[in-house]
Design a protein around this ligand. Structure first.
Ligand code: GLN
Length: 487
């Protein structure tokens, strides 16, 4: 097999090849498994592999296709699943010692949807423990690596999913995004990554981190891949009380229709702050491309955006401290071997089962929620959250979409930020607002820097307007191969 460079599996091409018979699902699945076997030793993208069942499913799809049966949207496409999404009879570790041996007794809603769409689940991917982090360095099972350069992090927390798709181990992957965990690794690995509107995709079966922020979403090499995966997994689910009462999306339908009279908002003040030159150049290039296509570029103000990191790092740990209280060593999960009282059993199980970052978040959250501090921290953060949303509502009176960076820098080296949680937190500056506001946001690759690492830009859309967002992303993608742009 010829060696592939990163990001060589656009879903649109693969689906066409599968449909006309130039490629079989079995062959595609075998090729992905081959990539996993040759690269996973260095990339550590997958924690578990479902080799036999993947091949069996692929063969079944090929037979059904040969018989002329009608097939699902994702028929025959291998997909990798972040290991905080539950799959029946399969380990779901959240990259934590706490859940090292946890086998899920049920399927998440998205897993059921993928099965209905005839996708082929190929394995579960690495993440920062309980999705807390931006580099996968917080994984109990060791970090994942960036396929563009293994000295660099793939981003996080869904770094394993991003690494898998960028390394051609799977054309599609699912991640979860609480504060940027799809968009930031997508930007670091040269992928399209979407955080849908809050409530668009059911969280049933996603292990909870911060329930008011968590959303599941897609990774792919092309915009079409993210669109079709969203079509497959979106839609109402009564088992998630925050699931929106709308049917599944149909994003692929008009994906190639450019938007005329497009108005793009750009936040200049934020861009001027602590953003690397290559990122600014990439974002400016994207702006130029849209301008050439007739878009109007409008400067906007988001006065409260600078408080997003502070707000998020109160709200997310508060919710996490509550959600993670279920890991007590009794119901399920890790239990300490030695203890002399019930209290000691709890404290040892949690002390030994959780890693440093997770404990830090639990302590931050418990503190901010404690009586006497609740109003000063948690309630105040909720108020700022509302102000950030109002800023966007105001901006969207004049623009269709907001364009800016995904991250202040391209992928950083392993170890570069891991000693200092605050610099790690600050790198989430641009992604967090979409979670606090619930708005959809997408990361789109736009070039490579002088180290050969990918650069991305972010588009944030109006609530429920994934369709507009993806069409705008597609407008950029259609202008040529982003890998030839150097900044
Ligand atoms: N990096 C952010 C954090 O550490 C976001 C994580 C996420 O989106 N799951 O909380």
């Amino acid at each position: 097999m010829t060696k592939l460079t990163p990001c060589q599996r656009p879903v649109r091409t693969l689906l066409e090849q599968l449909q006309v018979g130039d490629l079989s699902s079995t062959r595609l699945t075998e090729e992905c498994l081959h990539e996993i076997k040759s690269q996973n030793g260095s990339l550590n993208a997958f924690l578990t592999l479902q080799e036999e069942s993947a091949i069996r499913q692929a063969e079944a799809i090929d037979q059904r296709r040969a018989r002329g049966e009608s097939l699902g949207l994702l028929a025959g496409l291998p997909i990798a699943i972040k290991d905080n999404i539950c799959q029946l009879d399969t380990k779901t570790t959240c990259s934590s010692r706490m859940l090292e041996n946890f086998v899920s007794p049920y399927d998440a809603h998205v897993i059921e949807k993928l099965q209905q769409a005839d996708a082929i689940i190929i394995g579960k991917t690495n993440l920062d423990e309980f999705a807390m982090g931006s580099s996968t360095e917080n994984s109990y099972f060791g970090m994942s690596r960036n396929p563009w350069n293994t000295e660099f992090v793939p981003g996080g927390s869904s770094g394993g999913s991003a690494s898998a798709v960028a390394a051609n181990m799977a054309p599609l992957a699912l991640g979860s995004d609480t504060g940027g965990s799809i968009r930031q690794p997508a930007a670091f690995c040269g992928l399209v990554g979407l955080k849908p509107t809050y409530g668009r995709v059911s969280r049933y079966g996603l292990v909870a981190f911060a329930s008011s922020l968590d959303q599941i979403g897609p990774f792919s090499c092309d915009v079409y891949g993210s669109a079709i995966l969203m079509d497959a997994i979106s839609g109402h689910d009564q088992r998630d009380s925050t699931s929106l009462p709308y049917p599944a999306l149909e994003l692929t339908k008009d994906l190639d229709q450019p938007i005329s009279g497009l108005k793009i908002g750009v936040i200049e003040e934020l861009m001027e702050k602590s953003v690397d030159g290559d990122i600014v150049a990439g974002v400016r290039h994207a702006i130029d491309v849209y301008r050439q296509q007739g878009a109007e570029i409008i400067p906007i103000k988001l006065p409260h955006a600078e408080y997003a990191v502070a707000t998020y790092y109160i709200i997310a740990p508060c919710e996490a401290s509550s959600n993670l209280s279920r890991y007590d060593g009794i119901h399920y999960g890790y239990r300490a071997k030695e203890f002399s009282s019930l209290t000691e059993m709890y404290s040892r199980s949690r002390g030994e089962g959780f890693g440093t970052e997770v404990k830090r978040r639990i302590m931050l959250g418990t503190y901010a929620l404690s009586s006497g501090y609740y109003d000063a921290y948690y309630n105040k953060a909720l108020k700022v959250r509302r102000l950030i949303r109002q800023d966007y509502d105001e901006a969207f009176k004049n623009v269709d979409v907001v364009l800016g960076p995904v991250t202040p820098s391209a992928a950083f080296k392993k170890g570069e930020h891991s000693k200092d949680p605050l610099t790690m937190y600050l790198s989430d500056l641009f992604t967090i607002s979409a979670n606090l506001t619930g708005l959809p946001a997408i990361s789109v690759p736009c070039g490579l820097n002088d180290k050969g690492l990918p650069l991305g830009f972010q588009l944030t859309g109006k609530a429920l307007e994934e369709s507009t967002l993806l069409r705008i992303a597609r407008m950029f993608e259609a202008q040529g191969d982003w890998k030839t742009n150097r900044f």
